[in-house]
Design a protein around this ligand. Structure first.
Ligand code: SF4
Length: 503
């Protein structure tokens, strides 16, 4: 068995170089000593890293099929500091936050709940997304292991879903810890989709609530209803219908011209709701904006789209080299079609049930066509061509008054590649109000001031758009609530509502 550290004496061919004659340790992933881990059944799986709501729903959903999952709390600034203390230098912000969050949780188990380090290492494991990539993403698992070793949890098990394999995970160490059955994937995707839908609705409603906190309170009640449906294995669509009634009771005043801000960028930085992006979404809302968040489903749809594109190329090669039908390709195509149909069907069904009417699942073909002239579609890593596509779509379809691309400091796919391309995009679309902003865990004042400057212009656009319309004195309550969502050419929600009334 390999050991964690390997000692190397540094010498040259002619003998010792005394100043170099020091011990260097080589990194090894495996723990120093063999560990008698708890069985799969007795292992407690820790998860986290999506939105707060999704992490909680995933925990409940997986419990309902007998999986022992616990959602970690949302990463905060203390998590970041622990990530920095135990991690390597020069890592990405999401690594520091998520690794530090895990270390913090395990230290609490040890220091507050009295578990020994050995108990923690043998009984717990962590599931995250991993995979190869043209950036630091490929090193995430090693970073986790290194930080955990240095924090006193050498040998703690980390397992990952390859983010680009979806339902095609290999029979490797993931399967040693997880029951990767279709049932597992279906319930997981359902929890993610419902979480996305509820998050989107929350962002649509919160800026217009008459009573502060009423949307969050209603959403929490809905979360409990959905969780109960997962736990008791009752009908999720029915549960969402009950949520619809609760949300419809929340008083809104949608005749407020708020700047609509599309928040996109690097997956984790754009999606997280906390110190990881300086609470960007809540900050924007407090400054008088309405956010369009990036649902996790976008990443899911991108992975499916990438798999389909690769398959298409493989099939073209197979046809060229042989006349025989490759049945593995046929099987993959069927699986991709099923995955796409399942995501779309469930999203549409659940969205209708809870009352989210004016949201469409991202059309990956359309987004690819929009960005193709600027960004090669074969370039994977990060969000690929999607950042460029989102900006162009936002301008062409008048979806927002401001597009913010948020990313960790020095993010290779987002800061280095996409933002380089965005300069060309903004020169071709000068009407775009675009802000690219980096997070580093520190330097919040600079971050907020840049966002505020871009938001100022967006607010003016929203106001001008609204004031150009004849605003009715009274809007019936049932029209003013969230269930009524018109489709038209305006960007702002208030302007959309007024235009649809045809005053
Ligand atoms: S996408 Fe950016 S933030 Fe994420 S691992 Fe790669 S370089 Fe780091």
């Amino acid at each position: 068995m390999s050991v964690a550290c390997n000692t190397v004496k540094m010498t040259d061919k002619n003998g010792d170089l005394s100043f170099l004659n020091q011990e260097t340790t080589q990194w090894r992933d495996a723990p120093k000593e063999p560990i008698a881990y708890a069985s799969k059944k007795e292992t407690i799986m820790l998860v986290g890293g999506l939105t707060i709501l999704q992490d909680k729903l995933i925990e409940t959903a997986l419990h309902s099929i007998g999986e022992n999952f616990v959602a970690l709390p949302n990463p905060d600034f203390e998590s970041f500091q622990k990530g920095k203390a135990f991690g390597n230098r020069g890592q990405c912000n999401p690594t520091y936050f998520t690794v530090g969050n895990l270390v913090k949780y395990l230290q609490d188990l040890r220091d507050k709940k009295g578990l020994s380090e050995q108990e923690i290492v043998t009984k717990y494991a962590y599931v995250t997304a991993g995979g190869c990539g043209p950036c630091r993403f490929g090193m995430y698992i090693t970073e986790y292991k290194k930080a955990l070793r240095d924090a006193g949890f050498d040998g703690f098990r980390i397992t990952s879903f390859a983010h680009d394999k979806g339902i095609f995970q290999g029979k490797d160490e993931v399967e040693q810890l997880l029951n990767l059955s279709p049932k597992f994937f279906i319930i997981l995707v359902k929890a993610i989709i419902i979480g996305d839908i509820m998050n989107i609705l929350g962002y649509k409603m919160r800026p217009y609530e008459v009573e502060k906190g009423s949307v969050d309170n209603a959403m929490e009640t809905c979360r409990l209803i959905v969780s109960e449906a997962f736990e008791k294995k009752t009908n999720l669509t029915k549960a969402l219908w009950s949520c619809r009634k609760i949300l419809a009771e929340v008083k809104l005043d949608r005749l407020q011209p708020k700047a609509k801000v599309l928040v996109m960028g690097e997956f984790w930085a754009a999606m997280t709701e906390g110190d990881g992006n300086y609470n960007l979404h809540r900050f924007l809302e407090a400054e008088g904006a309405e956010c369009i968040p990036q649902p996790v489903m976008n990443r899911l749809m991108l992975s499916i789209w990438e798999a389909e594109r690769k398959l298409h190329k493989k099939e073209a090669l197979t046809v060229e080299s042989s006349k025989k039908v490759d049945f593995s390709n046929v099987k993959s195509r069927i699986m991709i079609k099923l995955a796409k149909a399942a995501v779309k069907t469930h999203f549409t069904l659940y969205a209708k049930a809870i009352g989210l009417h004016d949201y469409e699942i991202p059309n990956m073909e359309k987004l690819a066509a929009l960005s193709e002239a600027y960004y090669t579609l074969d370039c994977e890593g990060g969000e690929g061509h999607l950042e460029v596509a989102h900006l162009i779509e936002s301008v062409k379809d008048n979806l927002s008054h401001l597009t913010i691309s948020v990313k960790p400091f020095g993010c290779m796919p987002s800061s280095a590649v996409s933002d380089g391309v965005q300069s060309l995009v903004t020169s071709h679309f000068p009407e775009a109000n675009f802000l690219s902003v980096e997070t580093s865990g520190e330097g919040a004042a600079n971050f907020y001031s840049r966002v505020q400057m871009a938001l100022f212009k967006a607010k003016q656009s929203a106001k001008e758009e609204f004031e150009a319309l004849t605003v009715p004195k009274h809007v019936p309550e049932k029209v003013n609530n969230y269930l009524y969502q018109p489709h038209n050419s305006m960007a702002g929600s208030a302007a959309k509502l007024v235009e649809s009334l045809g005053v």
